[in-house]
Design a protein around this ligand. Structure first.
Ligand code: ASP
Length: 390
């Protein structure tokens, strides 16, 4: 779906009294968005006119200009019953309605909303990744935008975040957020997550930190963050290394930095062509059928989610060795969820021609392998360098 944009100034009318933003901010947002209640919510807001609008737009420029790109997810989900937090439809509430639910945004940023997609992120597609990454790069290349926030489903958020971490060509902040409870739920977590994401994107401290995920008051690096719960509102963690920092009540604090290169320091650019890379899992009693079928289908790479330290059932390991001999790249990762996979540890990678994923989980390892192959990477030695670097 092509991106549709609307210019919506949710900027403060009450710059001198930001703490009173509740009522005034709500009025400001409502005035800016007559489409309130519309679920498509992509029409442009009516521009105000006259002296008051001049005052509004002068005030607006005092705030960082943040593009909010909506893609769907539970944050944009609704259920028929407010007590229902699992049986709902994801990705049906439009970006302007999401913003209207957060009047306090008017004290933080001038928002430019854009509906990129309206999907459940379980259905994230490679073509949409291309659209999203290209749009983020185009927005950040403009002097009119200071940062980008992306609302996303939680299911594949860590994959999208890592993809952008490697392909955004700007040091301006890019912050993803999401929700575990639909917008209709009692104690919905989306509105505060959105406010916190915009607060982080609007902060000076977020520049040059790579792509970030703001969730449940914590700020995570896209490289490390993973979804670790099917239902808890504290669903995102950065195993082993922890969050980068936190955001609360308008305050943003970073406590550590990501040391691996990202964004402007990678060789990766987003393109429309994606090499076919799939994931297989090793488990008790697994056969080689899956690997053989993928090789027959012509995949360029296979990431194996091994047991423990990336160990692989003998039948699958033989199938993967056969795949390597046919020119398929094999990356050995772990299904465990934290820790790292040691090269030449649980398998003889040098002899087998495998690459190891280090601390990337299988899903992020797939993202890196696709980008490395698209950038012309070939052979386990060169590809291992990419995994050791990023
Ligand atoms: N299935 C939803 C999605 O990923 C889950 C969520 O957003 O929490 O879009």
């Amino acid at each position: 779906m092509a991106a549709r944009s609307a210019s919506l100034t949710i900027a403060a009318m009450n710059t001198s009294t930001p703490s009173s933003s509740g009522a005034q901010g709500a009025g400001s947002a409502a005035a800016a968005s007559p489409a309130s209640g519309s679920q498509s919510a992509t029409s442009a807001a009516s521009p105000a006119s006259g002296p008051q609008s001049a005052a509004i737009s002068a005030a607006a420029h005092a705030f960082p200009r943040i593009a909010v790109l909506a893609t769907g997810g539970t944050i944009a989900g609704t259920a028929t019953d407010a007590a229902n937090t699992s049986g709902y439809q994801a990705g049906v509430v439009g970006v302007e309605r999401l913003l209207e639910a957060v009047p306090a945004l008017s004290s933080v940023a001038q928002i430019q909303p854009e509906q990129i997609a309206s999907i459940d992120s379980k259905d994230m597609a490679l073509a949409l990744w291309t659209t999203l990454a290209q749009r983020v790069n185009a927005l950040l290349a403009s002097d009119d935008i200071d940062g980008v926030v992306i609302t996303h489903g939680t299911d594949t958020l860590e994959e999208t975040a890592y993809l952008l971490h490697l392909t955004v060509k700007s040091i301006k902040p890019v912050v993803l957020t999401a929700a575990m409870r639909p917008s209709s739920a009692l104690s919905a977590d989306g509105p505060l997550n959105l406010l916190n994401a915009v607060t982080v994107a609007a902060s000076e401290a977020a520049h040059g930190q790579g792509v970030l995920v703001a969730f449940n008051n914590r700020i995570h690096s896209a490289r490390d963050v993973v979804k670790t719960s099917t239902y808890a509102v504290d669903a995102f963690q950065s195993p082993e290394v922890g969050a980068l920092g936190w955001v609360q009540d308008g305050r943003v604090e970073f406590q550590r930095k990501v040391v691996r290169p990202h964004t402007v320091d990678t060789e990766f650019v987003i393109g429309a062509k994606w090499p076919n890379v799939e994931i297989v899992v090793s488990y008790a009693g697994v056969s080689r059928i899956g690997v053989d079928a993928l090789v027959a289908a012509g995949v360029r790479g296979i990431v194996v989610a091994g047991t423990g330290n990336g160990s692989i059932h003998a039948s699958v390991q033989q199938a993967l060795a056969d795949a390597v001999s046919q020119g398929v790249v094999v990356v050995r990762s772990s299904r465990v969820g934290s820790g790292h996979v040691m090269r030449n540890g649980a398998a003889s990678d040098d002899a087998l021609g495998f690459v190891t994923a280090g601390s990337l989980n299988p899903y992020k390892a797939r993202v890196l392998l696709m980008l490395a192959l698209a950038a012309g990477g070939t052979g386990p030695v060169a590809l291992q360098k990419a995994f050791d670097k990023y």
